[in-house]
Design a protein around this ligand. Sequence first.
Ligand SMILES: Nc1ncnc2c1ncn2[C@@H]1O[C@H](COP(=O)(O)OP(=O)(O)OP(=O)(O)O)[C@@H](O)[C@H]1O
Ligand SMILES: [Mg+2]
Length: 196
Amino acid sequence: MGKTTTATNLSYLINEKNFKSRTKYKNLDIVQANNTLVRTECVCFLLEEQLKKIKEQYDFVIIDGHPSLEDYTIAALVASDLCIIPIKLDQYAINGIEIMDDQISEIEKITGKIRYKILITQFQKSVSGRRGYEELVTLNRYPIFRSVIRRTVKADESTYKRKPLEKCARSSTAAEDYRNFVEELLQEVNYNGLHD
Ligand SMILES: Nc1ncnc2c1ncn2[C@@H]1O[C@H](COP(=O)(O)OP(=O)(O)OP(=O)(O)O)[C@@H](O)[C@H]1O
Ligand SMILES: [Mg+2]
């Protein structure tokens, strides 16, 4: 759908904005997941608790999610101020939003409020693309970012190059869209705390 693509490009662009750095030379720390959480019984609040300990060291923590709503996804939802849900538009995806919204409501009963916002990705200006977009916007039931990430062959290429779009395909449509998206996101989270 675009979770990893969004997480990597967003991390790179936010890092470029010179937010609070952990060390003088390295603005961005990347922590790889492992399976330790999988066998733990109740992990809903585990990530939130751990992140609280390092909160002051970072301006942003971007968590790349798992496709299914398993324990570690719930832990990420609970730990997050805002959950970005990338969606590639088609009828199945639109139907899926309702299911996901219901599931989140169920989780909220246990964990408290979870805030999410949909990011339309791999967007194509075809008849069906526009139709899907209008359907979702007209529905007006779910929060959606104004920014839309367009589909580009450069996205697949960037995975082979192991670089964010900004580095390997700066003039591509999606690179431009991610730049706009970051501006919208920073406004959304009301962040203007740039550091020297
Ligand atoms: N804007 C885009 N245009 C074209 N292709 C894209 C775009 N964004 C992502 N893709 C491609 O779609 C595929 C899935 O993207 P990605 O890996 O980011 O999804 P994901 O949500 O992380 O998937 P998973 O649930 O498997 O982790 C990748 O091949 C990626 O290159
Ligand atoms: Mg992924």
